[in-house]
Design a protein around this ligand. Structure first.
Ligand SMILES: [Zn+2]
Length: 258
């Protein structure tokens, strides 16, 4: 949400930046940071969906060395005092940028240059109104959010309904218990409360008669198989379990994540 215009004294900077060929837009958002020696900036890509393609950062009072990383590739860039860094395209969307948390910066000749006592950065951005449409979908939060919206539908159609349909058959073919899981369950203290997330046909629920099992599965068909065997099971999403925090002594989640 826009809360108003930028403060008057930065207007000349905004206009000078806008006049640059690589900018060509008017910034409407400003972040001011003060850096003292030893303080840096953690690696990040500015959120795609929040800001447009071009970002500008003006270094005042002192210089710094900003580093850029993409996969194994790394670049360092000196940002002199009173300079403006313009980031756009691949550098803005795909490379992480950061300022190492240190008090001196090594130069190629082996010398170490101390950080200035103070650097103030004015970072200008423009709020992005539409979803991001960049060429780097792997780094793009707009695209990742779209995928997250699709996933529950895929899971519902191809996982939950599939298990509902095959539950009786699935159950009759899944009776042998994995030894390591049994070994783990047998190591738990008597009287423990044990969650079985994604309990399937409940083949582990009878492992310990002296523990209390809270069983759940996404598939109602499989939960019904458990209920028919007189187990206490509920249909629930394993990512949103209907249990209070810290209410179980142990939990198993076997062959659920593929
Ligand atoms: Zn993007």
């Amino acid at each position: 949400e826009k809360i108003g215009s930028l403060t008057r004294f930065v207007e000349p900077i905004v206009l000078r930046l806008k006049a640059l060929e690589d900018v060509g837009q008017e910034f409407d958002q400003l972040t001011v940071n003060e850096y003292v020696p030893g303080v840096g900036l953690s690696p990040h890509v500015d959120t795609h969906s929040m800001f447009t393609n071009v970002l500008a950062s003006v270094s005042l009072a002192g210089h710094t060395v900003m580093e850029f990383r993409r996969g194994e590739e790394k670049q360092a860039l000196l940002l002199p005092r009173r300079s403006a860094l313009i980031l756009s395209g691949e550098a803005r969307y795909a490379w992480r940028h950061y300022i190492p948390h240190r008090k001196t910066d090594p130069l190629e000749e082996g010398r170490a240059v101390p950080r200035p006592t103070r650097r103030v950065s004015f970072t200008f951005r423009r709020i992005q109104v539409n979803p991001c449409n960049c060429d780097w979908p792997g780094e793009c939060d707009t695209r990742k959010n779209e995928q997250l919206k699709i996933l529950p539908r895929v899971e519902d159609a191809y996982v939950r309904r599939m298990y509902d349909a095959i539950a009786p058959h699935f159950s009759s073919t899944r009776f042998s218990r994995w030894p390591k899981v049994v070994e783990f369950l047998n190591s738990i203290d008597k009287g423990s409360v044990v969650a079985d997330i994604g309990c399937g046909n409940g083949k582990y629920l009878s492992t310990r008669n002296d523990c209390m099992f809270l069983a759940s599965d996404l598939s109602v068909g499989l939960v019904n198989v458990c209920v028919e065997k007189s187990f206490d099971a509920v249909a629930a999403d394993g990512l949103n379990c209907p249990y209070r925090d810290s209410s179980c002594d142990a939990a198993i989640c076997i062959a659920v994540v593929h």
